[in-house]
Design a binder for this molecule. Structure first.
Ligand code: HEC
Length: 138
């Protein structure tokens, strides 16, 4: 009887272990998982201007050529850590007083107006984009 119990709990244990190890991709909410989501959004909404294969028609009429986003750190020489707050606020764009003078869409406004996200959800989106941008710095 006791033996049976032991075997049973052992089986249950290995089943649980199997379930955990079968999860595909990195654990939820890890930096890697965030970065993957950020990458997906980047490819569908940002890559048309920022490359890797920026669409020439999309960028033809911009006043400023879209900067290479693998060089955010390189452009800010001497910076030890990624400027998370600065870049998040720039992508969000809603605080930008000179909105009309920039070519880059204000993504915070897009998330609020088009996707009806709350401010917390928008912060989450920014986190995903930042995680991706941090992962591609050269
Ligand atoms: C319509 C073209 C366009 C799209 C789409 C676009 N950007 Fe931009 N982005 C620009 C331009 C142009 C600049 C240069 C500054 C300006 O004129 O706004 C820029 C600047 C930036 C910067 C500042 C880089 C630095 O070193 O200061 C970041 C970060 C950025 N974009 C991220 C993104 C992200 C993330 C997305 C997608 C959610 C995105 N961009 C979509 C055109 C675009």
């Amino acid at each position: 009887m006791n033996n049976l119990k032991t075997i049973f709990s052992w089986m249950l244990g290995s089943l649980l272990l199997l379930a955990v190890s079968c999860q595909s991709g990195p654990p939820k909410n890890s930096r890697a998982a965030q970065s993957e989501k950020g990458k997906a959004f980047f490819m569908s909404h940002c890559a048309s201007c920022h490359g890797p294969n920026a669409n020439p028609d999309r960028i033809a009429n911009l006043k400023t050529p879209p900067p290479d986003l693998t060089k955010i750190m390189e452009r800010r020489k001497g910076l030890a850590t990624f400027p998370v707050a600065e870049i998040a606020s720039y992508i969000d764009g809603r605080k930008d007083v000179q909105l009309h003078s920039r070519d880059m869409p204000a993504w915070g406004k897009y998330f609020a107006d088009e996707e009806k996200l709350t401010n917390d959800e928008i912060k989450g989106k920014m986190g995903e984009l930042i995680a991706y941008l941090m992962s591609i710095q050269k």
